[in-house]
Design a protein around this ligand. Structure first.
Ligand code: G1P
Length: 294
């Protein structure tokens, strides 16, 4: 069995849902408490033992590459000012991972973005993380998927149950329960089914562990939902051809690509912050009009 060593993170999207905030900065660089969203995603990758990240980028995304690079000038200034803790924290960011970036020249869809990684990934299984989906869990979601992969040796998509009236926003999986914990054998997949037509409530969230055969499948996938090359369509082909599992991960997922999901992530993460947590809790109590606030 081949080891999972690489993670692909598509970051080419325009971020129109956050305009005008994202007019001049990538949506992946929007801050959640004290770090950009993309850093949480990369930290999940690193905590799962992966050191090579392939970013699929587009024009205007260089801030992301810079964020994970070494900044000599900043480092020198922090050193001179004896801001050692900050200096160390920044050094961690740049030493977290090896970043390779590949340009997606045209916005042809998520499937096309992943296909762009084929030469860098090569013939080995790899992870895909979508930057809008933040997952907080005791065992990182990617690690949970790697643990399952080591038992099933097949592609895995992470899923969560969503209300039936929200299924139209997701790739949806229909599958049969297996003997593995929280795991289903995929029987059918459909990208963003029209209201009332969804085969189940099991929604794909932005974590995938894929066998390299997905690249051939993607290369042969015609544009689907929204006229774009959809990853879900290629996954459906792969599931039928060689099998695939859906895994109901343990943890909490935030849709950081949506304003409300983004705010919830900020509040939950800040509430656990060592210095911000308590004062924020007091503030929230006072805003809500709770009696016992001080
Ligand atoms: C993408 C995928 C979809 C998946 C979703 C999870 O859609 O195409 O299958 O359910 O991510 O966030 P997007 O949200 O990019 O439109």
């Amino acid at each position: 069995m081949k080891k999972v060593r690489k993670a692909v993170i598509p970051v080419a999207g325009l971020g129109t849902r956050f305009l005008p905030a994202t007019k001049a900065i990538p949506k992946e660089m929007l801050t959640i408490v004290d770090r950009p969203t993309i850093q949480y995603i990369v930290e999940e990758v690193v905590a799962s033992g992966i050191q090579e990240v392939i970013l699929i980028t587009s024009e205007g995304k260089s801030a992301i590459e810079n964020h994970f690079d070494y900044n000599y000038e900043l480092d020198t200034i922090l050193k001179e000012k004896k801001k050692h803790a900050l200096q160390e924290e920044l050094a961690l960011t740049s030493s977290l991972i090896d970043v390779v970036s590949v340009r997606q020249k045209k916005p042809l869809g998520l499937g096309h973005a992943i296909w762009m990684a084929r030469k860098v990934v090569g013939d080995e299984p790899f992870l895909v993380l979508l930057g809008d989906d933040l997952v907080r869990s005791q065992t990182p979601c990617c690690q949970q998927m790697i643990d399952l992969y080591e038992q099933v040796n097949e592609s895995i998509v992470a899923i969560q149950r969503v209300p039936m009236d929200q299924t139209y926003q997701y790739g949806i999986v229909e599958g049969k329960k297996t003997n593995f914990d929280r795991t289903f054998k995929v029987e059918q997949m459909v990208e963003k089914p029209a209201q009332g037509t969804s085969p189940s409530d099991m929604a794909i969230i932005g974590r995938y562990l894929l066998m390299p055969d997905i690249f051939d499948a993607l290369g042969n996938t015609a544009p689907g939902h929204g006229g774009e090359i959809q990853l879900t369509d290629a996954l459906q082909f792969l599931a039928a051809q060689r099998g695939m599992y859906a895994y109901e991960f343990e943890g909490k997922r935030y849709d950081a690509g949506d304003k409300m999901g983004y705010l919830k992530a900020i509040i939950d993460i800040a509430l656990e912050h060592p210095t911000l947590g308590e004062p924020l809790q007091k503030h929230l109590r006072s805003v809500c009009g709770c009696k016992n606030h001080t």
